[in-house]
Design a protein around this ligand. Structure first.
Ligand code: PBG
Length: 322
């Protein structure tokens, strides 16, 4: 006698009935890259189907997001001016601040998340304030607090620190609370690895470090238990949502985070994960739609409650046509 598992795979009806994980547009958060200038909507070469968009045309993206039934966006800015300390990251009329105001005006119900980091804004491309060749942790914290506050003032619903400095969640929570933004939530890039999968993003965001790498602040891809310590600190410091990034090569980290902590887990399916599929599809090696949906499903199955993905629009359309 043996068990007949295939009985529950017999027809599409029974497969539908026993399916454990169901992907939906409601799982996705769509990244938007806003750029200074007017009347710009230019495809990002390293992220096909994604655009650099100026604030006056951001409505075109918002319209698609709404049509797809996507609930959240995360905004990245490309400033026109960079300096040593990334001062345009917290300018009242900085690119992200303008974009947040615009998106909220266009659609108050869209959940607007902002990436809080310095690397797009510093001339050296590192995620904080430099002392010599070192990113200085505690001086950077002060800047991150200012950036988060400026995003909250512009109307962001949630700020997402991606710099990996120690203590940033505590500082940001404190600054927000002291200024009357206790209702603004924090999604922390808790387990953010020093990953080669960020390559296409750095081209898109013009944020590659001008010297060295990010290994002294982002995590070593070899470490899983250390990710749990990072998550624990962020929760203690006041994070509302914890994030694992990248996603596809880190499904074990997502699963551990889900099992160990009773907090929502976000997974960031990063630029390299997206661009690899795009490139493979262009060469005719793989079936793009099937692979992209399988990848996103696996991230959800691993435990992600929400997925930040450059496929958000396309995948939502594919799911709607099924
Ligand atoms: C900023 C930031 C990065 C990403 C998100 N926020 C780049 C980095 O850390 O170098 C990467 C996103 C992606 O690859 O899609 N620190």
């Amino acid at each position: 006698m043996y068990r007949r598992h295939r009985r529950l795979r017999k027809t599409s009806a029974i497969r539908d009935l026993v399916r454990e994980t169901i992907l939906s547009p409601k799982d996705f958060v769509y990244p938007i890259f806003v750029i200074e200038g007017e009347n710009v909507k230019k495809e990002i070469s390293s992220l096909p189907g994604n655009y650099h968009v100026s604030v006056d045309r951001v409505h075109e993206i918002v319209k698609e997001v709404l049509e797809c039934g996507i609930k959240g966006v995360i905004i990245f800015g490309l400033p026109s001016h960079k300096d040593e300390c990334g001062s345009s990251a917290f300018a009242e009329n900085g690119i992200v601040q303008k974009a947040v105001r615009k998106v909220k005006e266009l659609s108050p119900e869209i959940w607007v998340i902002t990436d809080v980091c310095m690397c797009q804004y510093t001339s050296h491309g590192h995620c904080g304030i430099l002392h010599g060749q070192e990113v200085h942790n505690d001086e950077t914290l002060e800047m991150l607090g200012k950036v988060a506050l400026s995003h909250a003032k512009a109307g962001a619903d949630m700020v997402a620190p991606s710099d990996m400095m120690d203590g940033r969640v505590a500082v940001i929570r404190d600054v927000l609370d002291q200024n009357g933004y206790e209702h603004v939530s924090i999604m922390s890039y808790s387990a953010k690895y020093s990953s080669a999968f960020y390559g296409p993003f750095r081209e898109a965001a013009d944020s590659a470090p001008q010297f060295g790498d990010r290994k002294s602040y982002q995590m070593d891809p070899a470490n899983l238990r250390e990710a749990m310590r990072e998550i624990e600190s962020d929760i203690e410091e006041g994070a509302d949502i914890i994030m694992v990034k990248p996603a596809l090569s880190y499904l074990d980290v997502i699963r551990w985070a889900k099992d160990r902590y009773d907090y929502p887990v976000a997974a960031y399916s990063v630029s390299g994960e997206f661009s690899m599929i795009k490139a493979g599809a262009k060469l005719g090696y793989i079936n793009e739609k099937a692979i992209a949906l399988e990848m996103l499903l696996s991230i959800k199955r691993a435990g992600a409650d929400m997925i930040i993905t450059y496929y958000a629009l396309e995948a939502s359309r594919w799911l709607m046509e099924r």
